[in-house]
Ligand binder design. Structure first.
Ligand code: NAD
Ligand code: G6P
Ligand code: MN
Length: 442
């Protein structure tokens, strides 16, 4: 069996150890010869890398391991780049969340003004990774889950349309893993779904088992009462109390359109007033993550290094990150696996902008994704999506043209922002906070 060389870009990410352990558990399905880490923050990456080097030595000593900040060493001789960078790190995520809240607007990592600010930072970081990959390993694929994926995907469509980059999100995977538990099925692969939307902005229209039986009636009944809250779920990534609130809130999202099942992120667009009222302006999700996941992961890694073994470590395998292996396998072995990906619409949603980057099921083979036709969508979803995709496109145009005007339009158009006045006020604060990262707007 051919063995692959994998580069994790954003080696210092809190998700890196969980993904490494997941990759090691899947060596029979996706064998690795070289595993490399790349990051532009050597101190942060070092802590994770030193621990992961020990984990690799203990679990699969035949895999060659390298962590580096040198793009040439990182990107040379690579088959897959798994990218999860966060330009500006948690320090900037905190501001993305807190600045809008100061103006009474939703403060969120990927939605609303915070997501726009993050998008303006991420574009150059991800484009740089694509450049390195094309320079040093032109045949490689980039599997990108760096956020905000919707804006990043639109930017790569505009600026490097022929690059081998696939954008993917784990939210539908996480929700589906809960639906599987609701149904008492074994695995996500026991369900076949129809889904459409933008990233962090979509709906399931049909879910069937492998025999073709309609599972929607049972699921709708459950979601109408419980949202996606499932006691003792295997979803070990979304466990903090704030995620539980989000999963429960899906009940109220469902109420708005009982024909479909909603993505949890729609709460920021359907109920922005509720979200603002229930936000702590001084302690947002970024603070919760820094005090929680970030501290736990870095403490566990330091522990592994000081013990020189992972024995007794509390690091967990990122179970549902197996979707990344499914995607890599689909490309490597031409499996034609059916997966939700963020791809150019091209008529798959017939009555929607053909150039939009949409999240829909695709068959994935060696040539990349083949999107499946989702047909015409209803007025409600179409209206919401047209507004939101315009936000995303205007952000990318603002970045390309250094246009203050277009960014103001994008902010104003976001459903989370009440007026052009508020949009301008909070945008001026975000410009000030992001001076180091955004192009200068005029
Ligand atoms: P993190 O801050 O712990 O890790 C990000 C790493 O990226 C840091 O080590 C940082 O130094 C590095 N980095 C920043 N800019 C870089 C650049 N230009 N070049 C190289 N490295 C750079 O963040 P995290 O919470 O672990 O999340 C990582 C990313 O994964 C975020 O973008 C997050 O939103 C995303 N994510 C996406 C999904 C999805 O569904 N698509 C799921 C989970 C996480
Ligand atoms: C989900 C989304 C990701 C997002 C993450 C945030 O998994 O799909 O796109 O990055 O949640 O989680 P956090 O725990 O960092 O708030
Ligand atoms: Mn996501």
């Amino acid at each position: 069996m051919r063995k692959f060389s994998v580069l994790i870009a954003g080696g210092g990410s809190t998700y890196t150890p969980g993904i490494v352990m997941m990759l090691l558990e899947n060596q029979d399905k996706f064998p690795i010869r070289t595993l490399k880490f790349y990051d532009n923050d050597p101190e942060r990456q070092d802590i994770i890398a030193k621990a992961c080097e020990i984990i690799v030595k203990e679990k699969a000593p035949e895999i060659e391991f390298l962590a580096t900040t040198d793009p040439e060493a990182a990107f040379t001789d690579v088959d897959f780049v798994m990218a999860h960078i966060r330009v500006g790190k948690y320090k900037m995520r905190e501001l993305d969340e807190k600045i809008p809240l100061q103006h009474g607007v939703v403060g969120q990592e990927t939605c609303g003004p915070g997501g726009i600010a993050y998008g303006m930072r991420s574009i150059s970081g991800v484009l740089e990774l694509v450049d390195y990959m094309e320079r040093y390993s032109p045949n490689a694929w980039m599997l990108n889950y760096s956020n905000p994926a919707a804006i990043v995907a639109e930017a790569t469509r505009r600026l490097c349309p022929n690059s081998k980059i696939l954008n993917i999100c784990d939210m539908p995977v996480a929700i589906e893993s809960r639906l599987v538990e609701v149904l008492g099925l074994q695995s996500r692969k026991d369900m076949n779904v129809r889904y459409y939307g933008l990233n962090h902005f979509g709906w399931w229209t049909d879910i069937r088992d492998n025999e073709g039986n309609d599972l929607m009636p049972q699921l709708k009944k459950y979601v109408a009462e419980n949202g996606y809250a499932v006691e003792g779920s295997v979803d070990n990534q979304h466990v903090d109390p704030s995620w539980d609130v989000t999963y429960r809130k899906a009940k109220d999202l469902y109420a708005l359109d009982p024909e479909t099942l909603p993505n949890t992120y729609l709460k920021y667009y359907y109920y922005p007033d509720y979200v603002v009222e229930h936000s702590d302006k001084n302690f947002t999700r970024a603070n919760e993550v820094m005090a929680g996941r970030e501290t736990q992961v870095f403490t566990a890694c330091r522990q592994i290094v000081s013990n020189q073994t992972m024995e007794g470590s509390e690091l967990e395998v990122d179970e549902h990150a197996t979707y990344i292996v499914d995607l890599a396998r689909a490309l490597a072995y031409n499996t034609y696996e059916r997966m939700l990906l963020i791809v150019k619409n091209n008529g798959a949603i017939r009555n929607f902008d053909h150039t939009a980057m949409v999240e829909i099921p695709c068959l994935v083979g060696a040539n990349g994704p083949e999107p499946l036709v989702m047909g015409d969508i209803p007025q409600f979803q179409k209206g919401l999506m047209e507004q939101q995709v315009s936000v995303e496109k205007l952000v990318v145009e603002a970045w390309i043209e250094h246009s203050y005007q277009k960014l103001w339009q994008a902010m104003t158009l976001s459903r989370t922002v009440p007026s052009a006045k508020v949009a301008k006020e909070l945008m001026d604060d975000l410009i000030e906070a992001n001076k180091e990262y955004w192009p200068e707007l005029h």
